[in-house]
Design a protein around this ligand. Structure first.
Ligand code: ZN
Length: 252
C-alpha cells in the first residue's frame, strides 16, 4: 500500500548497471590487493626452501674441519708415542734387573698398542673425510642448481606481481571513473553496505524472488515493486542493494 503510493523515480537500470560494474571492478581490486600482499611471503617461502640445504652443507663443512683438527691432534699423539717408545728402548739397553727389563718391555707394548689405536682412528677419519668431501661436492652442485631454479621461480612471481600492479592501477582508475558517474547519495548507500559486508558485495540480483546476496526470499510485495525498477531497494535480510534480474527469473 505505502510503497505503491510512493512517487516513482526514473528507470534505475543505468544506475544498477553502474553499481554492478563498480562492484565487479572493486572485487577484482580486492583480489589483486590480496594477491599482492602475499607476494613477499611467497618469495620468502621460496628462499626458505634453500635454508635446509645450506644448513646441511654447512654441517658437512663443519664436520670436515673437526676431522682435520682431530687428525692434527692424533698426529701429535703419534709423534709423542714414537718418542716415548724410542726412549723406552734406550732405557731397556741399560737395565740391570729382570724386573726392570720386564717393566720396560710392558711400557713399549702399551705404547705400541696406543699407537695402533691412534692409527686405526686416523684411518677411519681419513675414510670419513673422503666420504664427506664427496658429499660436499654433491651438495654444492645441488645447491647451485636449486638456487638457479628458485631464482627463476622468484622472477616469475615478481613478474606476475608487476603485471598485477599494473592491472590494479588500471582497475583503480576505472573504479574512480565509474564512481564519478553514480549519484552521490546512491554511491554513499553502496559504500555503507560495502563497508559492512566481509565479502565486499553490496549489490545483488534477485532471481526467483530470492536475494542472491543472502539467498533469502524477498517478501512478495517488495518483489512486485522490484520488478517496476523505478527505485533502489535494499534486501530486508542482508541490506544489500537488490535489483530484479529478469532473464534468470522463474516463469510465473
Ligand atoms: Zn539479501
Amino acid at each position: 500500500m505505502n510503497a505503491k503510493d510512493q512517487p516513482r523515480g526514473g528507470d534505475i537500470r543505468p544506475t544498477i548497471a553502474l553499481l554492478v560494474r563498480l562492484q565487479e571492478t572493486e572485487l577484482e581490486i580486492r583480489k589483486l590487493r590480496h594477491e599482492l600482499a602475499g607476494v613477499d611471503q611467497r618469495v620468502a617461502a621460496l628462499e626458505a626452501g634453500l635454508h635446509g640445504e645450506r644448513a646441511a652443507l654447512e654441517a658437512v663443512r663443519e664436520r670436515l674441519q673437526q676431522i682435520g683438527a682431530r687428525n692434527r691432534s692424533l698426529e701429535s699423539d703419534l709423534k709423542d708415542f714414537q718418542a716415548k717408545i724410542e726412549h723406552s728402548r734406550e732405557k731397556l739397553r741399560g737395565v740391570k734387573t729382570n724386573k726392570e727389563y720386564q717393566s720396560g718391555l710392558k711400557e713399549i707394548e702399551d705404547l705400541t698398542a696406543m699407537t695402533a689405536r691412534v692409527e686405526d682412528e686416523m684411518l677411519a677419519l681419513m675414510e670419513e673425510a673422503e666420504a664427506a668431501q664427496r658429499d660436499l661436492r654433491e651438495r654444492e652442485a645441488t645447491l647451485k642448481s636449486r638456487t638457479a631454479e628458485i631464482e627463476a621461480e622468484k622472477a616469475v612471481v615478481l613478474e606476475e606481481a608487476e603485471r598485477s600492479r599494473l592491472r590494479l592501477q588500471e582497475l583503480e582508475g576505472r573504479s574512480r571513473e565509474l564512481a564519478a558517474q553514480i549519484p552521490e547519495a546512491v554511491l554513499g548507500r553502496f559504500r555503507r553496505v560495502q563497508g559492512a559486508k566481509k565479502d565486499g558485495v553490496a549489490v545483488a540480483p534477485v532471481t526467483g524472488a530470492v536475494c542472491r546476496g543472502c539467498n533469502v526470499n524477498i517478501p512478495p510485495q517488495m518483489y512486485n515493486e522490484l520488478q517496476r525498477r523505478d527505485r533502489l531497494q535494499n534486501c530486508p535480510n542482508c541490506e544489500r542493494i537488490v535489483y530484479w534480474k529478469e532473464d534468470d527469473d522463474r516463469p510465473e
